[in-house]
Design a protein around this ligand. Structure first.
Ligand code: PLZ
Length: 456
């Protein structure tokens, strides 16, 4: 705190919450500060370059929407660790549940000797995923592992091999999911051979293709019919709102048309809700905004308040097609992660946190639209709830401007706002704050982003 490399900048908002945790943005050193710089030097010696750091600022603690680094800088966190701490960093109920569970039981392996919290999470997922039919859930450790298991089960159920995915999709870093991603670099470059039988089709991207949902769906379906054929397709995996691809919201009617085609052709329709789910968009799952009732829903990220947990939830008859002993893993549905997850569901249900996404949208979206009027580099403002994005383009065109994204994110970081990028061409800024962010914090962050655009 004694370091004065940069002038202190801080917001005027109320300075602390009821527990005394700071609520405000506050920059007290250069970014990164000297302690972060020292830590980063240590890191570079022992952590491979493949594991990058978007912002080499070392975080020590966080609560709600504020993260504090080792140098005492306080950031307004608009990324929530890519949509993981959706109900807020260190939510008191999640901390209490996980802490209590740590002292009681940390592991048995659910497929050896089970425990209740796994079952409770499965019950919550059956209740809160779309569709009024019997559902079952297998819990695993990561989003990619959920995608792997979803595909595995769909293949067993259908007796088919093909996996359909969409342009601009992101599904993970394992061998199969690398093959399912749209972008090869950096996720798959040099890491092959990749899994086969993955078929990619054009998506709906209204800002760029200008197509109606019906026309975009007809294009996707024609493509899948030609490149693989429904008879060989086990599943179609879609993100209802694409995450890494840049919060691409498909045109009205697009996703329902894909689902109808899947249903008519015996193709398992899988919604990858790993980034869009768990209350991020004001519904439990973004599928609900589009009237979708997926055969299978994949969840991860926000499901356990920061602890590693993911789920594959599907129609009981599909899930039960995997033979006894066919699904599992040592840590899947770990008792501490599952206890944290139960607390997340209790918090969302008990405190009507779904409404918070609408509150955030009501502040953030008009704020971003006002910036779009001021700065022609902002080509598109889109998203739902607490999953909003702006796409930056060369003024008067739709040509991606990734350099502007980098500059705005860097300016924001220097001024105490953690802002994430996205998009196949790196030209999207995405906003996925925790539902705990206050309006004052949002307004303050918007002010910084306004200055960032002005500085371009
Ligand atoms: N499906 C829709 O968003 C993870 C990737 C972070 P894991 N996205 C963030 C990084 O750089 O690795 C993601 C997603 C969607 C699947 C995944 C994969 O989830 O928990 O990262 O494996």
């Amino acid at each position: 705190m004694t370091d004065t490399l940069a002038p202190a900048v801080s917001s005027d908002a109320a300075s602390a919450d009821a527990q005394g945790f700071p609520l405000e943005r506050r920059v007290v050193t250069a970014i990164p500060g000297p302690k972060s710089v020292a830590l980063h030097e240590r890191r570079l010696k022992v952590v491979p370059v493949g594991v990058t750091a978007t912002l080499p600022v070392y975080i020590e603690r966080a609560h709600g929407a504020i993260a504090i680094d080792v140098d005492g800088n306080q950031f307004i966190d608009l990324g929530a660790g890519i949509g993981v701490t959706t109900i807020g960093h260190t939510d008191a109920a999640v901390v209490a549940a996980a802490t209590e569970q740590l002292g009681k039981l940390t592991h048995t392996l659910f497929t050896i000797t089970p425990y209740e919290s796994y079952v409770r999470v499965a019950e919550y997922l059956a209740e809160h995923t779309p569709g009024d039919f019997a559902k079952k859930t297998v819990l695993v450790n990561s989003g990619a592992e959920a995608v792997e298991n979803g595909v595995k089960i769909a293949r067993k159920y259908t007796g088919r091999n093909g996996v359909g995915v969409l342009d601009h999709a992101y599904h993970g870093r394992t061998n199969l999911t690398m093959a399912m991603n749209f972008k090869a670099a950096p996720y798959a470059t040099g890491f092959g051979p990749l899994a086969g039988d993955v078929y990619r089709a054009p998506n709906s991207y209204p800002y760029h293709d200008g197509l109606s949902g019906a026309d975009a769906a007809a294009r996707t379906i024609a493509y899948l019919e030609k490149t693989v054929g429904a008879a060989d397709l086990a599943c179609l995996v879609v993100e209802p709102i694409q995450g890494e691809g840049g919060f691409v919201v498909p045109a009205d009617g697009y996703l329902p048309a894909l689902q109808a085609w899947c249903t008519a052709n015996g193709v398992v329709f899988i919604a990858d809700e790993i980034q869009s789910g768990m209350a991020r968009t004001g519904k439990y799952f973004a599928s609900e905004h589009f009237g979708l009732v997926p055969d299978m829903v994949l969840s991860a990220k926000g499901i356990a308040g920061g602890l590693p947990l993911a789920g594959v939830t599907g129609r009981a008859e599909i899930m039960d097609s995997a033979q006894p002993g066919g699904l599992g893993g040592t840590f899947g549905g770990n008792p501490v992660a599952a206890a944290a997850s139960v607390a997340v569901f209790e918090q969302i249900d008990g405190n009507n946190l779904l409404a918070e996404a609408g509150r955030i949208e009501a502040v953030l979206k008009p704020g971003l639209e006002a910036l779009q009027k001021k700065y022609p580099v902002i080509g598109d403002v889109r998203g739902i709830g607490a999953m909003l994005a702006i796409e930056l383009v060369a003024a008067g065109s739709h040509e991606p401007d990734a350099a502007a994204v980098t500059a705005v994110a860097a300016y924001a970081a220097q001024h105490g706002v953690l802002l994430l990028t996205a998009g196949t061409y790196g030209n999207v800024l995405r906003f996925l704050p925790s539902l705990a962010i206050t309006n004052a914090q949002l307004e303050d962050a918007l002010g910084v982003i306004d200055e960032a655009f002005a500085s371009l």
